[in-house]
Write a protein that binds this ligand. Structure first.
Ligand SMILES: [Mg+2]
Length: 264
């Protein structure tokens, strides 16, 4: 009988590839802006957009307006700049509707975990509206325990503050030792939960935080979620129902109707 009662996940670059998605979305956006009449090199524009996101944060809502303001006006002479901005925004949203999907193994593992007794949650840093939209679009929300989603914006506490993790445990009436946290960023996802006594799993897929070390060693390091299931079954005694043969989430294409304009 396992003593583990809950498993919490980081969202960005743990359940889906934020970095890969953001890169693709930005590339599609700058290409759409060029098509609409912006006379600039796509690589230069993409780099400039990367700087805007860095300087104004990923949650800023007018990246494309700022991108255009940084460029000489002659590069879009004769074209209404609002149309160029709209092309960038629309392409970004189109990319989101078409390509935002979870890591296949993460989705499959969550489906398996949904058939166990474990509470399944997310502890994530970001704006509530954006993080919630990701969970819905990734089709992960239905696989989670509804009361186990914790977003920094809603808590008034952000990573790496240990209070974020303490809050998740106390809200669900769990001792930290009965819980596990799974994340890709050692400093944000391993050190704080480990400090309050949660069990920790570092997922290292070669994402942007892969090389950064933690002060605390994680209890386990895995390369994907199949290995995570092995840890749960073999080391923690979680009773796992036999694996299903069904496929992962379908890629989905919807009509664009978003209003937020932030990048990633
Ligand atoms: Mg992350």
């Amino acid at each position: 009988m396992s003593t583990l009662r809950a498993i919490f996940f980081d969202l960005d670059d743990t359940l889906y590839s934020t970095s890969e998605f953001a890169e693709r979305a930005r590339r599609n956006s700058v290409e759409a802006m060029i098509k609409m009449g912006l006379r600039a090199d796509p690589a230069v524009l993409a780099a400039e957009l990367g700087e805007v996101v860095e300087e104004f944060s990923s949650n800023y809502e007018r990246h494309f307006d700022q991108l255009l303001r940084r460029l000489p006006r002659r590069l879009y002479r004769g074209v209404n700049p609002a149309i160029i901005v709209a092309a960038g925004v629309a392409a970004y949203h189109d990319t989101k509707f078409r390509y935002l999907c979870p890591y296949e193994d993460a989705y499959e593992a969550l489906r398996e975990l949904a058939r166990t007794e474990l509470v399944r949650g997310v502890i994530t840093a970001g704006l509530a509206v954006k993080q919630a939209e990701k969970l819905v679009r990734l089709r992960i929300a239905p696989l989670l325990s509804p009361g186990a989603i914790f977003i920094s914006d809603q808590l008034g506490v952000n990573k790496p503050n240990v209070k974020m993790y303490q809050r998740a445990c106390s809200d669900l009436n769990l001792k930290p030792a009965e819980t596990m946290y799974v994340g890709d960023n050692a400093a944000m996802d391993i050190d704080p939960p480990k400090r309050i006594g949660m069990q920790t799993v570092h997922v290292v897929r070669g994402g942007k935080h892969a090389g950064e070390g933690a002060e605390c060693a994680p209890d386990w390091t895995v390369g994907n979620f199949w290995e995570l299931l092995d840890v749960l079954r073999d080391h923690l005694g979680v009773a796992m129902p036999p694996r299903t043969a069904e496929g992962g989430p379908e890629q989905h294409a919807h009509q664009a109707s978003g209003t937020d304009r932030g990048v990633a």
